[in-house]
Write a protein that binds this ligand. Structure first.
Ligand SMILES: Nc1ncnc2c1ncn2[C@@H]1O[C@H](COP(=O)(O)OP(=O)(O)OP(=O)(O)O)[C@@H](O)[C@H]1O
Ligand SMILES: [Mg+2]
Length: 351
């Protein structure tokens, strides 16, 4: 009769390859970003003739393939030639000039960095890189605390291309003039994916990650639709993983709409970026917003000060807008008797 057909056998998992659902996983292909990849490659090509390439500021919403597209390019570059150093730095993790330089030394395989000052590191890096050319990618550039390393790269490295990736276009407006005039970056926007593109990407990832026949079609469609609404591929990966966990918990061998709904309910607590990666002050502000969701920004600032926070109101506002860019929280404008104010809420997804 097959009454127990849908029951998982002991030791049976629905996920075949969990790594394919992790946010850092680099997929084998990057569909729907071919044009962007060609454009990025064209900017780098002059390095092959020992000339500098074009500098770019790449921006766009979270989770739409900016980092991955750049990592693809660097991977291909490394496969193609040893004459161009491929340097990728995540400026969220390495957020000061000193830390960025240490990371570049690390990438270049230079190990004797202990007790070296910033200028020593500058020297070592330029000695290595000026024997060849270099493609730099500074990801999460809007998280840096100082921009001196950019100045150094622009001044002292002869043949280079610099790509900066960020969510906020305003980073460029606020960039120091001495850098802007030297770098003259082109602005390049990654557009959000269309519904059929989200569907294609998520389906490909599903096929890498799951055994065949694991998903009911309507359950999978529901994931694609939600991912499209949120506009962030990472939330689709999260939903697939969580829905599978729900099904496994209930010892089912098919993932259904019910499991997807459970996963969607959990999205409220899912933050697009890892909170571990937040700087201490931002973490405190994030906690305050979570506890006081829906309050005015001025009132939140008072709570922050009461709890010992010592940043200025302007810095506080900037941190709130960074937290919003990272999809940790959301804000909305409200017009009242006293004029306009901003209401800050913890991120609640609209379903
Ligand atoms: N076209 C695509 N094909 C396959 N996977 C994709 C594609 N676009 C994005 N992804 C996947 O979506 C996830 C998020 O992509 P990525 O980290 O590149 O986003 P991002 O634009 O850099 O976001 P953020 O601004 O938050 O850093 C990754 O797991 C990536 O593999
Ligand atoms: Mg990124």
């Amino acid at each position: 009769m097959g009454l127990f057909e849908d029951v998982l056998k002991p030791n049976q998992n629905l996920i075949k390859n969990e790594a394919a659902l992790e946010k850092d996983y680099i997929p084998k292909e990057l569909p729907y970003r071919q044009n962007e990849q060609h454009y990025l490659a064209d900017c780098i090509k002059p390095l092959f003739q020992k000339r500098s390439g074009r500098n770019l500021f790449i921006h766009g919403g979270p989770g739409i393939g900016k980092t991955t597209a750049c990592q693809f390019i660097l991977r291909e570059l490394e496969e193609e030639t040893d004459d161009i150093a491929a340097i990728y730095v995540n400026c969220w993790k390495h957020n000061t000039t000193y830390k960025v330089l240490l990371e570049i030394c690390n990438i270049l395989g230079y190990k004797f960095t202990q007790n070296k000052k910033t200028f020593d590191l500058y020297d070592i890096i330029s000695r290595i890189l000026n024997k060849k050319a270099a493609a730099f990618i500074f990801d999460e550039i809007d998280q840096v605390e100082d921009q001196d390393f950019l100045y150094y790269v622009l001044e002292d490295i002869h043949n280079k291309t610099i790509f900066m990736i960020g969510n906020r276009r305003s980073f460029l407006v606020d960039m120091e003039d001495r850098l802007k005039s030297r770098m003259i970056p082109e602005v390049f926007e990654f557009r959000a994916y269309k519904l059929n593109e989200v569907l294609g990407i998520i389906k490909l990832r599903k096929d890498y990650a799951f055994h065949s026949n694991t998903w009911e079609q309507d359950a999978f469609d529901m994931i694609a639709q939600k991912t499209y609404e949120i506009k962030d591929i990472r939330s689709g990966l999260f939903l697939m993983k969580e829905a599978a966990r729900e099904a496994e918990k209930k010892i089912k061998n098919k993932i259904t709409k019910e499991h997807v709904q459970e996963a969607i309910n959990k999205l409220e607590n899912f933050t697009i970026k890892n909170t571990e990666e937040l700087k201490a002050d931002s973490k405190i502000i994030f906690e305050i917003v979570k506890k006081n969701s829906g309050k005015k920004i001025g009132d939140l600032f008072k709570i922050y000060q009461k709890e010992g926070g010592n940043a200025s109101y302007k810095t506080f506002q900037r941190k709130i807008s960074e937290l919003e860019d990272g999809k940790f929280i959301k804000t909305k404008k409200q017009t009242g008797a006293g004029g306009n104010t901003t209401i800050v809420e913890k991120k609640i997804t609209d379903f």
